[in-house]
Ligand binder design. Structure first.
Ligand SMILES: Nc1ncnc2c1ncn2[C@@H]1O[C@H](COP(=O)(O)OP(=O)(O)OP(=O)(O)O)[C@@H](O)[C@H]1O
Ligand SMILES: [Mg+2]
Length: 368
């Protein structure tokens, strides 16, 4: 049986365009067409539609979404707009819509959106985690690549790594990828994209783990605007359950924005001589300006030796703040694995390093 579709669109040219896309799509039929949601109400019941595509650039239509839903409770309502707008989308989903698309769309995009309807509230559940390090060489890229791998395997949910270490990102190396596009193009094009089209900028690494690679040329980093980066992260929430962001070390516009946008920021530092506790303390003082910082900040030390609970407690004491996670010193394993594009967690799942990453993943999954 074909998907009975109702189109609500005032602009005649756009209506013709959308009609032909839906008609040409196998499994879909256009049952009725209306200029406004007001016209559709009271008339479309006769067609018992499965799908209602409604233009929400017309504000009046947007306000009638609860009525459309009440009229045909079984139909899926997908909103259409010329531009992606995360805030508007959140409101419309709250009002009863199941999806939001940029128009005009292709048949493929419509199919993908309908398919994702059951996950359309994903953005409300998605978890964005940034890894902040006061200084470079903290082990955070190693950790992110391995954690992404574990989260994808454990949850079966869509997981993404965004390499926003804009000048010297190295996720391409970690995952041994040859990306067709990077964060630079994604941010450049973001105002024309919707989640469905944004997905194509990510590179597959396996079934449910994708990477938005960093730029290969450091000078391209300047083209990444804060506004574009913000839209990118917000839109990605519609695609992935877990999003791990690698950011440049230290405080910068990009790193501060990523942390602001994140549900959690994990401050990551490598134990290496002793000064790192001071760096971590100074960074922590700055983050303490956040409201409810305790809920949004976790501390993590890498290369901890001896890798014991006592050592973790000692670090917490020195910090005057609980250290939530520690990662052991396993240079040989992590560096050999990174060199050939294989993750330490897959190469040696029983190692202390892998177990520590697994603990971190479990705690993220549990929402701790
Ligand atoms: N748990 C660990 N034990 C020992 N060595 C590690 C560990 N994690 C990472 N390393 C090593 O430390 C170095 C830095 O790691 P990585 O590139 O992950 O850090 P980073 O914070 O992303 O650095 P950058 O500032 O260059 O982005 C690498 O040589 C890596 O192999
Ligand atoms: Mg790095």
């Amino acid at each position: 049986m074909a998907y009975r579709t109702v189109l609500i669109e005032e602009n005649k040219m756009m209506m013709e365009r959308l009609t032909s896309v839906v008609r040409n799509l196998a499994g879909f039929e256009v049952s009725a067409r209306y200029a406004t949601a007001g016209d559709a109400l009271g008339q479309m019941q006769a067609f018992n539609p499965d799908l209602i595509l409604v233009d929400v650039d017309n504000e009046h239509n947007a306000l009638l979404i609860p009525d459309l839903k009440r009229n045909i409770p079984g139909a899926v309502i997908i909103c259409l707009a010329r531009r992606w707008d995360s805030e508007a989308q959140a409101k419309l989903l709250y009002m009863g819509a199941k999806g939001y698309m940029v128009k005009p769309f292709t048949g493929e995009e419509l199919l993908e959106t309908v398919k994702n309807v059951s996950r359309s509230s994903l953005s409300a559940y998605s978890k964005v985690i940034s890894f902040f390090s006061p200084k470079g060489k903290s082990g955070k890229s190693t950790l992110i690549a391995n954690l992404g791998t574990v989260l994808a395997a454990k949850t079966n949910e869509p997981v993404a790594v965004i390499d926003a270490d804009t000048q010297f990102g190295d996720m391409t190396v970690f995952f041994n990828l040859t990306p067709q596009s990077t964060i630079v193009e994604a941010v450049r094009d973001i105002s024309f994209l919707s989640p469905v089209t944004l997905r194509t900028y990510f590179t597959d690494t396996g079934r449910n783990l994708q990477v938005l690679c960093g730029t290969s040329k450091p000078d391209m980093a300047e083209t990444i605007t804060i506004e574009g980066f913000t839209s990118l992260v917000k839109m990605s929430r519609n695609l992935y359950k877990y999003i791990l962001i690698d950011i440049p070390s230290g405080f910068s516009d990009i790193s501060a924005t990523a942390c602001e946008l994140s549900d959690k920021t994990i401050i990551t530092t490598m134990v290496n001589g002793g000064y790192e506790v001071q760096h971590m303390k100074r960074a922590l003082e700055i983050f303490k300006a956040w409201d409810h910082y305790q809920e949004r900040l976790d501390l993590l030390f890498t290369r901890v030796n001896p890798f014991t609970e006592e050592q973790k407690n000692k670090l917490s004491e020195q910090m005057g703040y609980p250290v939530k996670y520690i990662i052991p010193n396993e240079y040989l394993l992590v560096s050999e694995a990174a060199d050939n594009g294989r993750m330490a967690v897959t190469r040696d799942p029983d190692s202390q390093f892998s177990k520590a990453v697994e603990n971190l993943a479990d705690s993220i999954i549990a929402g701790e």
